[in-house]
Design a protein around this ligand. Structure first.
Ligand SMILES: [Zn+2]
Length: 448
C-alpha cells in the first residue's frame, strides 16, 4: 500500500482546517471592538485595544509560519529530502569514520545530528523575528542580541549532546527487543522521562535562566503557611529572572512528590514585593504610572498567593500525575502501533527508501507522518482535559477562600500579558488549554 498520498491528503486537510480556525479567531479580534460588559469594571479600553493589536499581530505571524511549515513539508516530500539527508549522513559516516552502510546505528546518529542542525537553522529566522520584532513591538521582549545568541547556542549544543544517546538507546531496544520490543522501548523512554524530570530543574534550567531563593519576608511567610496547611512537600521556593527574557509572567510547581519546588517569575511580582517585610501593609494608593505612562505591572502578595493556590490545586487534584500517566499510556500505545508498521517495506518505499529499512527513518515516518490523524486526535482530547483541569484548579483556589484575589490576579495577568479576553468557540476548543479570561471570570463564582 502507498502511504504517501494519504499522508499528503491528511496534512492538507489539517492545514486547511487550522487556517479556517485561525480565520474564525481573527474575525473575533476584529468584531469584538469594545470591552465585553462583564469585564467593564476590570478592563480599560486602551489595554483591550492593545491586546487586540498584539493578538492580531501574533496570529498573522502564525499564519505565515504555518504556511511556511506546510510548504516546507511538501518540498521535503517532493524532492525526497529524507532519503537525501540519509544519504548525506551515510557519506559523512563513510568519509569521516570510514564506516560502511552496514553501520546503521552510526549513520543514524549522524542523521539525528544533521536533523537537529537543520531544524535549528531553519527555525532561527522565525525566532529572531518573533523575539526582536513581534514581541518587541508590543513591549514584551527583554532579550539583548547577545543573550539571544548565547541562549540559542546553549540550546543547540545541549540538544546535540543529549538527543543522539537517547535515540541510540531507543534503537538498541528496538533491535534487541524482538517481538515485544515496544515494551522495552517504552520502559526505556519512561526511565528517560523520569531522569529528565529529576535533573531538569537542578541542572538544565539554570543554564538558561538565573534562579535564586525567594528572600525571607512577607511573601515567603505567606507561602510557607499556605503550603504547610495543605501538607504540600515543599523543598524550596525560587524566583526566576524571567525579566531578562520577556515581560510575560508566570509561576509553576516542579518536581516529584517528595521534592517540590515552587518557581515564581520575577515578572509576576509587583515592584517592591520581594523586599516587603512581614506585617508591612500594601499601601492603598493609585498605582503610579511608570516612565512609559503605563500602569506598573505585576501582582500583589494576595494575588500571587491566589495564583499559587491555583497551582497547588493542580497538585492536590493530581492533575500533573494524571497527565503524566496519560502521556505514558499514549507512548505505549503509539509504540505498539509502530510495531505493526516497522517491518513493512511499503512504509519506507512510499517515502523513497526502496531497498532499505533504517529504523530511525521508520520512527520519523510513522510517528510524524503516518500517525498524523492519531496525533491530532490525541491533541484535541488533551486540550479538553487540560481545560477542565484549569477550571478545577480555579475552584480549588476559591475553596481556599482566594476567589476574589484570583479574580484580580487573573485581571492583572490578562492585562500584563495582553491576552484577548474573548475567543471563537471552535478555535478555543482546538487550541486553548487555558480558558479565556472572560470564561474564567464568568465561571469563578460558580465553581464549587
Ligand atoms: Zn493552571
Amino acid at each position: 500500500m502507498d502511504y504517501l498520498v494519504p499522508c499528503l491528503v491528511f496534512s492538507w486537510l489539517f492545514y486547511l482546517w487550522d487556517t479556517y480556525l485561525q480565520w474564525r479567531q481573527r474575525r473575533v479580534f476584529h468584531s469584538v471592538s469594545h470591552v465585553p460588559p462583564e469585564l467593564n469594571s476590570l478592563l480599560d479600553e486602551s489595554t483591550f485595544d492593545k491586546s487586540r493589536v498584539y493578538q492580531l499581530d501574533k496570529s498573522s505571524y502564525g499564519l505565515v509560519h504555518d504556511l511556511f511549515k506546510q510548504v516546507e513539508l511538501m518540498v521535503i516530500l517532493a524532492v525526497g529530502g529524507i532519503p537525501l539527508l540519509w544519504s548525506l549522513s551515510g557519506w559523512i559516516t563513510a568519509s569521516l569514520l570510514g564506516l560502511g552502510p552496514e553501520y546503521e546505528l552510526s549513520q543514524s546518529m549522524v542523521f539525528v545530528e544533521l536533523l537537529l542542525l537543520y531544524s535549528t537553522l531553519t527555525g532561527l529566522p522565525w525566532s529572531i523575528y518573533s523575539t526582536f520584532f513581534l514581541e518587541d513591538r508590543h513591549g514584551f521582549n527583554k532579550q539583548t542580541p547577545v543573550f539571544f545568541i548565547k541562549d540559542q547556542t546553549k540550546s543547540l549544543v545541549l540538544q546535540l549532546l543529549i538527543v543522539p544517546p537517547i535515540v541510540l538507546g531507543l534503537l538498541y531496544t528496538i533491535q534487541l527487543g524482538g517481538q515485544a520490543f515496544f515494551i522495552y522501548s517504552w520502559l526505556f523512554l519512561a526511565a528517560i522521562t523520569f531522569l529528565f524530570v529529576t535533573v531538569y530543574q537542578e541542572f538544565i534550567a539554570p543554564l538558561f535562566d538565573k534562579f535564586s531563593p525567594l528572600p525571607e519576608g512577607a511573601l515567603h511567610t505567606s507561602i510557607l503557611s499556605l503550603t504547610s496547611s495543605l501538607s504540600f512537600p515543599l523543598k524550596k521556593i525560587q524566583v526566576v529572572e524571567g525579566s531578562k527574557r520577556s515581560a510575560h509572567s508566570n509561576a509553576y510547581l516542579y518536581g516529584f512528590w517528595w521534592n517540590k519546588v515552587i518557581v515564581i517569575f520575577d515578572t509576576l511580582l509587583e515592584p517592591g514585593l520581594l523586599g516587603r517585610k512581614e506585617g508591612e501593609g500594601e499601601e492603598e494608593k493609585e498605582e503610579p504610572p511608570d516612565k512609559e505612562g503605563q500602569k506598573v505591572k505585576g501582582c500583589s502578595e494576595e494575588e500571587v498567593m491566589a495564583v499559587l493556590a491555583h497551582e497547588l490545586g493542580h497538585w492536590s487534584l493530581s492533575h500533573t500525575l494524571k497527565l503524566l500517566a496519560v502521556s505514558q499510556l499514549n507512548l505505549l500505545l503509539s509504540l505498539s502501533m509502530f510495531a505493526f508498521f516497522i517491518e513493512q517495506q511499503d512504509v519506507y518505499s512510499s517515502f523513497g527508501f526502496h531497498d532499505s529499512r533504517p529504523t530511525i527513518i521508520g520512527i520519523i515516518l510513522v510517528f510524524q507522518l503516518i500517525f498524523m490523524p492519531y496525533n491530532e486526535a490525541v491533541q484535541f482530547a488533551l486540550v479538553q482535559v487540560v481545560r477542565r483541569f484549569e477550571y478545577q484548579a480555579d475552584g480549588y483556589a476559591r475553596q481556599l477562600g482566594r476567589g476574589a484575589a484570583l479574580r484580580s490576579a487573573l485581571t492583572k495577568l490578562s492585562k500584563d500579558n495582553l491576552s484577548f479576553p474573548v475567543a471563537d468557540s471552535l478555535y478555543s476548543a482546538f487550541h486553548h488549554t487555558h480558558p479565556t479570561f472572560l470564561e474564567r471570570i464568568k465561571r469563578l463564582p460558580k465553581l464549587d
